[in-house]
Write a protein that binds this ligand. Structure first.
Ligand SMILES: NC(=O)c1ccc[n+]([C@@H]2O[C@H](COP(=O)([O-])OP(=O)(O)OC[C@H]3O[C@@H](n4cnc5c(N)ncnc54)[C@H](OP(=O)(O)O)[C@@H]3O)[C@@H](O)[C@H]2O)c1
Length: 330
């Protein structure tokens, strides 16, 4: 099978298309023929050796797939050959075939087309978890979404609206991203190249601050986020795109009843896989009914994975970036 391999850390130039043996499913595993996979920011972190998950060289990057079950291993009960699925595979997803455990594979409703399926697993399941279980968003509350034009951002803003948020504020780093953030549900958008987002948020909320902040950036952005978090607010930290750490003064938390919460889908997948099922069910219903639309910025063929990652790393990408592994029409 064809797969993209990273055999040394570095820029996107290290991604190589190679022939690898097609794996065989073991007990409780499925072999999936990949139709589409997606580029996630974690793939870029992994290439730089900065992902907290596995980065042992060489590796095939990629975290999620949409595809067709090709073969099932012993003991698999819910899936059979030919079924359409999405999965978080145990082998890298930038490949024509992957192995996935049955417990991290989800069947795909007929109503969900391949583009939507390939775009959704990591970002939609994560965004759902961030707003519901982690951020505990209540109806009428306000939400601030950093990187609001990106994969998680465009999904989270829509979900915040679906969950009844009263105000959704998006932050983007440049003017070209404003329309994508607006299209996907941010009611007000701050261009951080033109304004300090924390001051703008305080103005937009009449000095109160927001109830939930989705922070995937880290560093100064995390520090400034605390300046515009309302009493009882939840700052949800789930990524470090800036590569910086940031300092949170804990004495500012208890008297204001505010909290800082961390979340990693990868850690949850490894240690608490059963938690994912209800998020998956909810997301599948929302995409099947057309309430949640996965916004795809660009498609690339598998062989051009390096260009796809370059676009994301350049910070100019909008929406999800897909790698089309097989041809599809629906
Ligand atoms: N914890 C989890 O389980 C989990 C799961 C999925 C994703 N994430 C995190 O969520 C974030 C979004 O992921 P995604 O895959 O949907 O990516 P994305 O949002 O499509 O792209 C990353 C975005 O991060 C922003 N950014 C800020 N500083 C950056 C920098 N120094 N270099 C590049 N981009 C920078 C950019 O938006 P602006 O230019 O508008 O700022 C960029 O578009 C990432 O931090 C990722 O690690 C975490």
């Amino acid at each position: 099978m064809k797969a993209i391999v990273v055999s040394q850390l570095g820029s996107a130039d290290v991604l190589e298309l190679r022939d690898l043996p097609t794996p065989d499913p073991g007990e409780g595993e499925l072999l999936i023929r990949v139709i589409g996979t997606s580029v996630n920011f974690a793939d870029i972190k992994a290439r730089h050796g900065q992902y907290h998950g596995v980065t042992e060289l060489p590796f095939v990057p990629g975290l999620d797939v949409a595809g067709v079950v090709e073969k099932v291993g012993e003991g698999v009960s819910r899936f059979r050959e030919g079924m359409r699925v999405v999965a978080f595979p145990k082998t890298g997803s930038y490949a024509e075939y992957v192995l996935a455990q049955e417990s991290l594979t989800y069947s795909l409703a007929d109503a969900v087309n391949w583009e939507t399926a390939a775009a959704l697993p990591v970002v939609a399941f994560t965004a759902y978890a961030l707003l519901s279980s982690v951020g505990q968003l209540n109806s009428g509350e306000s939400v601030l979404v950093h990187a609001a034009a990106g994969g998680v951002g465009t999904t989270a803003s829509q979900l915040a609206n679906i969950m009844g948020a009263g105000q959704v504020i998006g932050v983007v780093s440049r003017a070209e991203k404003v329309s994508m953030a607006a299209e996907t549900g941010a009611h007000q958008i701050i261009d951080s190249s033109k304004a300090n987002f924390d001051e703008a948020v305080m103005e937009m909320t009449d000095g109160r601050g927001v109830d939930v902040i989705l922070d995937s950036i880290g560093g100064k952005v995390s520090e400034d986020s605390l300046k515009c978090l309302a009493p009882f607010g939840r700052l949800v930290h789930f990524g470090s795109a800036s590569g910086e750490s940031g300092r949170i003064p804990v004495q500012q938390l208890h008297s204001s009843c505010r909290s800082v919460r961390g979340f990693s889908f990868g850690t949850t997948r490894r240690l608490k896989p059963s938690w994912i099922e209800p998020w998956a069910r909810a997301v599948m219903e929302l995409v099947s009914s057309g309430q949640l639309l996965m916004k795809v910025g660009r498609h690339y063929p598998l062989a051009e994975a390096a260009d796809a990652q370059r676009w994301m790393e350049s910070r100019s990408s909008v929406g999800k970036i897909l790698l089309d592994v097989a041809r599809y029409s629906h």
